[in-house]
Write a protein that binds this ligand. Structure first.
Ligand code: PLP
Length: 287
């Protein structure tokens, strides 16, 4: 089990990036986090498509095609030899002048991290977690579109710091127009009786790959998800909450702002979605 870094195609134990890289200086980069099943990447095509969209969203030309990424990820996974891996793919604007203008950056840097994967503690799934609705707002779409997964995550860093101070594991943010958006690295779903609600993409959220799969699986099993603009008052009439993300998968939220959600235990709809998602991933390489 080991950590390997693939730096522009060269696999190393550890790597150094220039202090003149605009990814470091200005958060001028895009990235993806990919999970594995049986140490093979899952949803890789969707992640590489989103990486390409994010790059396009910040006018960054990635110097490699999808095949190159697939091959380099495979090589790096093999070199690391983990049971399960955490994969992080980062493309930075590259080295340039100490100047906000990126035109001096001639070549993006591509870094692929492969580390041993650590599962979240089982407690998170059996008991659920505490989330706080924080005062920090999600970036407005018109400023830095949350639909683009950039290396500029300061908005979310500030939000999770506020949540931590409130004793919560994650932060739920509102959009500048006052609608529910997402947590710092996950999308959110609310269960109200038979209804499952989730903020729509136009609220200014990341189009989560897990979110997308959950919407698909839920609707295939007779649980259609309603995407919309939900004001925070919606939270007052909610029976269950769960969040979704590549690493967290489907995680129940049983406490919101220190108050129990429903009966304070993962609810039946949440448990059903957790099971459907787990089953899907268990069989993913047979599909
Ligand atoms: N929202 C944000 C802000 C994220 O950073 C992430 C993942 O990192 C997600 C949602 C969940 O997306 P995915 O399911 O593709 O991991």
């Amino acid at each position: 089990m080991s950590l390997k870094i693939n730096f522009n195609g060269t696999i190393e134990e550890d790597s150094r990036i220039s202090v003149f890289d605009h990814g470091f200086l200005f958060g001028d980069s895009v990235y993806e986090v990919v999970a594995t099943h049986e140490n093979q990447p899952i949803f890789l095509d969707a992640h590489l498509n989103r990486l390409a969209n994010s790059a396009q969203g910040i006018s960054l030309t990635i110097p490699h095609d999808k095949n190159w990424f697939v091959q380099q990820i495979d090589r790096t996974l093999e070199a690391a030899g983990n049971r399960e891996s955490y994969i992080r793919v980062v493309v930075t604007r590259g080295v340039g002048d100490i100047d906000i203008d990126p035109s001096s950056c001639l070549r993006p840097n591509v870094v692929i991290y492969v580390a041993p994967h650590k599962d979240y503690a089982q407690d998170n799934y059996t008991k659920g977690i505490h989330v706080a609705l924080v005062s920090i707002k999600r970036n407005p779409k018109e400023a830095l579109n949350p639909g683009i997964k950039t290396g500029n995550y300061l908005n979310n860093v500030l939000a999770i710091m506020e949540a931590n101070k409130l004793g919560a594991k994650d932060a739920l943010m509102l959009s500048p127009s006052g609608f529910l958006t997402e947590c710092t690295t996950s999308n959110i779903f609310l269960v109200q009786g038979e209804r499952i609600l989730t903020p729509s993409l136009d609220c200014g959220i990341l189009p989560g790959i897990t979110r997308n799969k959950v919407i698909q699986l839920a609707s295939e099993h007779g649980l259609p998800v309603e995407e919309g603009q939900w004001p925070p008052e919606t939270l007052e009439k909610i029976d269950e909450i769960f969040i979704t993300g590549t690493l967290k998968k489907v995680m129940p939220v049983t406490s919101l702002d220190g108050r129990s959600v429903g009966n304070g235990k993962p609810g039946s709809v949440t448990k059903k979605i957790m099971r459907l998602y787990d089953e899907y991933v268990q069989n993913i390489h047979q599909a």
